[in-house]
Design a protein around this ligand. Structure first.
Ligand code: NFK
Length: 305
């Protein structure tokens, strides 16, 4: 009989039947890049991130507040980039970089600053304490505090939008589950952009990524929005959640995004799903440097709808 639900046993845990090599491959995004070799793809990604952030782009040309602390801990800093207008009644777009919770930094992740600030959006690039020094639980706490910080500092904001890439999409998705009561503020969350994310962390435990992360199965389950989001209530039921994956992302990354989207739909979340044509795990973010890019346009349309 056909499984019309699409979430029956065979489709739900295909990774459990994979060999260790196949699982490693599925969770190594650079191996799925078709336009370049794996190492060159990673180099290009970090080069575009650095160029977009420092030398000629965001920091040189936009009004900004750099290395602003959102907490007392080491590295708990954000960079805030502003549009030309001086109002603080702006939409705020927060970005959480990827790198499997063990690489990347805010200083090379300001990809989208130009096209978004040009349209009147303030962009906040968030740093968090990566592994092996930082634990995943601590990163989730840091990200929660960074969101609360923006709401407290800019109470007249016209909406807070969270965007994460890959591991950063996981951190952003954890904010769907956050308990804001202990932070003394309810952020004005209006949208989530979850780009090429990982939402069920259990398979990661069995890959080489876990050497630095040291996740137990319990850590992975506690930090898996896939397992928790159906029970969570949106603070604002009109808040949009957009799940996006690249055509050339691996089948496991496609499965992760699709199943997370389906679970969101089973709850009360206003979710949508997009597979972006002709892009891989890295181009999907690199292209946010361009104003005419399809994801840039989706983001702007969502913010200004
Ligand atoms: N070592 C990984 C790197 C990686 O996954 C990655 C690198 C930059 C930004 C996001 C990444 N993936 C998930 O967070 C790879 O070779 O694909």
């Amino acid at each position: 009989m056909m499984d019309v639900s699409g979430v029956g046993f065979p489709s739900k845990v295909p990774w459990k039947k994979m060999s260790a090599e196949e699982l490693e491959n599925q969770y190594c995004p650079s191996r799925w890049v078709v336009r370049l070799g794996a190492e060159e793809a990673l180099r290009t990604y970090s080069q575009i991130g650095i160029e977009g952030t420092t030398t000629t782009r965001a920091r040189a040309t936009r009004k900004s507040l750099l290395h602003v602390p959102y907490g007392d801990g080491e590295g708990e800093k954000v960079d805030i980039y502003f549009p030309d207008e001086s109002s603080e009644a702006l939409p705020f777009f927060l970005f959480f970089h990827g790198g499997y919770w063990q690489s990347g930094s805010k200083d090379e992740s300001a990809f989208m600053v130009h096209p978004l600030t040009a349209q009147g959006v303030a962009v906040v690039i968030v740093a968090y304490g990566i592994a092996p020094k930082g634990t995943l639980d601590h990163m989730v706490d840091q990200v929660t505090r960074s969101v609360a910080f923006v709401q407290k500092r800019y109470p007249s904001n016209k909406g807070i939008y969270l965007c994460g890439h890959s591991a950063g999409a996981h951190l952003a998705a954890m904010m769907l589950l956050a308990d804001w009561t202990k932070h003394g503020v309810t952020p004005n969350l209006r949208g989530f952009f979850l780009v090429s994310g990982v939402f069920d962390l259990e398979p990661i435990v069995y890959t080489s990524q876990n050497v630095a992360l040291q996740l137990t199965l319990e850590d992975a389950q506690r930090n898996s929005p896939q397992l928790k989001v159906a029970q969570a209530q949106p603070v604002d039921p009109t808040c949009r959640v957009l799940v996006v994956v690249g055509q050339f992302d691996s089948p496991e990354f496609h499965r992760q995004s699709w199943e997370f989207y389906q679970t969101l739909c089973q709850g009360e979340w206003k979710a949508s799903f997009e597979e972006l044509h002709d892009v891989d795990h890295f181009e999907i973010v690199e292209n946010l440097t361009q104003k005419d890019n399809v994801l840039t346009q989706i983001i702007l349309k969502t913010i200004f709808q």
